[in-house]
Design a protein around this ligand. Structure first.
Ligand code: ADP
Ligand code: ASP
Ligand code: MG
Length: 409
């Protein structure tokens, strides 16, 4: 008999009918003799609603208290499912993050899982209980409640699967797998039967929110095969696994876009050693993560320095850039929130050339200007105007042969 970890996302537990659907799926496995651990998200929209409530109290809610509040979303669904299972005469018990011994650092709102004790989970499984764990939450060394960042229930599930050496970790969501592009943006996107951890890592970090990036990091580190599938059908979804030779043949497996970044440019700063450090040091000290950085020569021995930051940190980063800009005599500091990053990903890029050229010419054909470019071994990203994001995804999806059936270029 197998040990199964099954995670259901927000839309899968959006109301009581859907929670009944989850219960049906869970007991079907239990009745076959499997051990089942269920990880739940909050009902769709609840986490956003709680954040809005907190902002009605104060513009910058205390991060510790915000986590206490946000964790209630998952507490609600875990209790409801366990209650329902018990009413159906199944032995079940709900556990909050701290009861499942999900130990994290103290970075409220974005905590990292350090380790998982899972003694209680094991005890309950040994007694043939269905264990329902509230996702997205853990607790720090002092016993404070922490949350794992948006989309964090995926990470709860994979981390718990790893700590239990589960036979399978299934992520149930509102799409039936991982697609070559967001199926809600690109109607020609195709479901991938399999994707490698590395490709999924890139796609998650570039905007494919179907799996939180940290869940993929965990899966890769502990070799947990993850099955992404639909809550609403029995169809097989996508397996996220180690790369194999077949995967290397496909040059581009996915196209993503991300509107979560903003761009800041310091114009005409002195082209001298130490200038980039002067700008980036206070940004880093403020805990702001810089993604892309480029420097372009300006006339008269000066240079333009441009970088991107998460939109959530944009105002603060701009304030810092304006202050430093004055100190180093920059001509102007410009901010731009209306940008998008579009990317193509594929492990096959390691051994193929011409991908960048094809990406640039595709964007040029659509008259889309490229503002910044970055690459990794298995990815190329371009920053473009936000309004062209969807058009760019669809054009690149076609250009790399991902549309329809004849895709394995
Ligand atoms: P859940 O609430 O179940 O965690 P999410 O909303 O976090 O679900 O993630 C599922 C969503 O991810 C889909 O509805 C889809 O719009 C989006 N998505 C983005 N890129 C992709 C992709 N490449 N393949 C599948 N879904 C994607
Ligand atoms: N409820 C949390 C969120 O909306 C965590 C999750 O759904 O994975 O981000
Ligand atoms: Mg999610």
């Amino acid at each position: 008999m197998a040990l199964l970890v099954k995670k259901f996302g927000g839309t899968s537990v959006a109301d009581i009918d859907r929670i009944r659907n989850v219960a049906r799926r869970v007991v079907a496995d239990y009745d076959q003799g499997h051990d089942v651990v269920v990880i739940l998200s909050a009902m769709a929209g609840v986490t956003d609603g709680l954040i809005r409530l907190a902002r009605e109290v104060t513009e910058f809610p205390d991060k510790r208290e915000l986590d206490v509040l946000l964790a209630t979303g998952e507490q609600t669904t875990a209790a409801l499912l366990a209650m329902l299972l018990k009413s159906m005469n199944y032995p079940a018990e709900s556990l909050l993050g701290f009861q499942a011994e999900v130990r994290t650092d103290a970075a409220f709102g974005n905590a990292r899982i350090l380790d998982i004790g899972a003694h209680r989970i094991r005890e309950l499984l040994n007694a043939r209980h269905i264990v329902v764990v509230a996702g997205f939450q853990g607790c720090d060394a002092k016993g404070n409640i922490t949350t794992l960042g948006r989309g964090g229930s995926d990470t709860s599930a994979v981390a718990i699967a790893a700590s239990l050496s589960a036979d399978a970790c299934e992520i149930f969501t509102d799409v039936d797998g991982v697609y070559t592009a967001d199926p809600n943006v690109c109607s020609k996107a195709r479901k991938l039967p399999r994707i490698s951890y590395d490709e999924m890592l890139e796609m998650s970090s570039l905007g494919a929110k179907v799996l939180q990036i940290r869940s993929v990091e965990f899966a890769k580190k502990y070799n947990v095969p993850v099955h992404v599938r639909s809550s609403f059908s029995e169809e097989e979804g996508t397996m996220v696994v180690n790369a194999d030779a077949d995967m290397e043949k496909i040059v581009v497996t996915g196209v993503t876009s991300n509107k979560n970044e903003a761009r800041i440019t310091l114009k005409a700063v002195p082209d001298q050693p130490g200038i980039a450090a002067k700008i980036m040091t206070p940004i880093g000290e403020a805990g702001i993560i810089v993604d892309m950085i480029i420097q372009n020569p300006h006339s008269g021995g000066k240079t333009d320095l441009t970088f991107t930051v998460p939109k959530a940190d944009y105002r603060e980063a701009l304030k810092i850039a304006e202050r430093v800009g004055k100190e180093i005599d920059a001509e102007e500091v410009i901010g731009d929130e209306k940008i998008a990053k579009v990317s193509v990903t594929g492990v096959g890029m390691r051994s193929h050339h011409g991908v960048a050229a094809r990406m640039f010419s595709t964007l040029a054909k659509e008259n889309i200007n490229i503002m910044m470019i970055t690459t990794s071994e298995i990815r190329i990203s371009c920053v473009i105007e936000e309004k062209y994001a969807e058009l760019a995804v669809r054009a690149l999806h076609s250009a790399f042969g991902l549309d329809g059936k004849n895709s394995d270029e």
